[in-house]
Design a protein around this ligand. Structure first.
Ligand code: URA
Length: 410
């Protein structure tokens, strides 16, 4: 197959066969297709799109570019969740151990934060000693003993996605629904799942800005999941205010510990229970009871220990990582809090140093915001709307000056 001809065919609106797609992905993974040709093809896909069949073929080719987690017939059912990310989205840390209490296995492969949305691996790595880079033998070992594991993509899983995502990131081809679908689903399918729930968010603090785009992405993800034999469902939600009450790595782990003990916050617990019950054996009420009996908290501690993390630090994350400057943002008027803009808060948290603009940027686990008030709350002038944790006095004052633009009281 002549690769320039395939690129021209897609550029002119043609449909690629599954054989063409497999050939391209194999050649690209082996290093036989240069990056300039793959960039051109990605741009052609960005403008021309792909049919559901092409998207499924691309997902399958990327999945088979590497290894998969293999399971035995008598192993428990494997389930997982994928979130398209948002501000303060920390649900994975609660959901994985909770589901593991329900006699299913959760082999969760997660990513790092990029841009304003945080990443599960970064949050977990704020726990001293916690290892997110396990090999496949270690992954199986933790799953066998605990029932859940939370790791990064291994070298063997979906190498085509690793190479292609790096290229898309610098060629303006990330926001393409078929390319996003194949990227997300190839990694999730490599986990060898039976059930998957997709948490697709839209709004100022999400990757997808409009509900229509989020709906379109959700449909594409579910179609591919079902085509590949995984029972897939979706929860579509707005990300206009942060999830829970904190944004920033160690601050979010501290909030997860509270939620794992059944101490809320309510919106976070509700999202976890909605998502978990889409893939669990037990109904939502039973999952809630497990959470409130402290079973998921115990399971989380076991998983942290199995992955090298120091369990002793979990209840003091905010002193293990204490930002030198903490300031309060107070309401200047009384009324109803109508806006706590996730996009604005995410940008502030990124600029404080909690996230990355480029994949190689270091991150600061201590910084971020907590005690973030929820919209709909009645506030009095002088009430604390959130706290800012900063590395320098300058960063603290800059953030306290900027954040009022993201908040509205009427
Ligand atoms: N997350 C991924 O893993 N891939 C994409 O293409 C976009 C978000």
């Amino acid at each position: 197959m002549h690769i320039p001809t395939l690129i021209e065919h897609k550029r002119d609106g043609g449909v690629l066969s599954s054989g063409d797609i497999r050939h391209v992905i194999d050649a690209f993974t082996r290093g036989d297709m240069p990056e300039y040709q793959m960039s051109a093809l990605a741009m052609a896909i960005y403008f021309r799109g792909m049919t559901p069949e092409e998207t499924a073929a691309l997902t399958e080719a990327m999945l088979h570019s590497g290894t998969m987690l293999l399971w035995n017939d008598h192993d428990p059912m494997r389930v997982d969740k994928h979130s398209t990310g948002g501000i303060g989205d920390k649900t994975s840390l609660i959901l994985a151990p909770l589901l593991a209490c329900d006699n299913v296995w959760v082999p969760m492969i997660s990513g790092r934060g990029l841009g304003i949305t945080g990443g599960t691996l970064d949050k977990l790595e704020s726990i001293p000693g916690f290892r997110t880079q396990l090999n496949e033998v270690e992954i199986h070992n933790v799953i066998d003993r605990i029932g859940c594991v939370m790791v990064g993509q291994t070298a063997g899983i979906c190498p085509a996605d690793k190479k292609l995502y790096a290229l898309r990131d610098v060629t303006g081809t990330v926001p393409s629904i078929p390319l996003i679908t194949a990227s997300i689903m190839s990694k999730k399918l490599a986990e060898g799942l039976n059930r998957l729930v997709l948490d697709v968010k839209w709004g100022s603090g999400a990757f997808m800005k409009t509900e229509a785009d989020a709906h379109h992405l959700a449909q594409s993800l579910v179609t591919v999941g079902q085509a590949m034999g995984v029972r897939s469902s979706v929860r579509l939600s707005a990300m206009n205010e942060p999830t829970g009450e904190s944004a920033g790595n160690a601050l979010e782990v501290a909030e997860c510990v509270r939620c794992l003990k059944g101490e809320g916050p309510q919106d976070l617990e509700d999202i976890v229970l909605d998502l978990a019950s889409a893939v669990s054996i037990s109904p939502r009420a039973e999952l809630r009871a497990m959470l409130h009996r402290g079973e998921a908290w115990l399971k989380f501690q076991k998983m942290v220990q199995a992955q090298g993390g120091n369990v002793e630090t979990l209840e003091k994350m905010t002193s293990v990582h204490r930002a030198p400057f903490i300031g309060e943002l107070k309401a200047t008027a009384s009324g109803t809090l109508t806006k706590m803009d996730a996009g604005g808060i995410g940008q502030a948290v990124l600029e404080l140093g909690a996230g990355r603009s480029k994949a190689a940027d270091p991150i600061d686990y201590a910084v971020g915001c907590d005690q973030i008030a929820k919209t709909g709350t009645q506030v009095q002038a002088g009430d604390v709307l959130l706290r800012v944790h900063a590395r320098t006095k300058g960063a603290l004052f800059r953030t306290l000056d900027l954040l009022p633009h993201s908040i509205e009281i009427v």
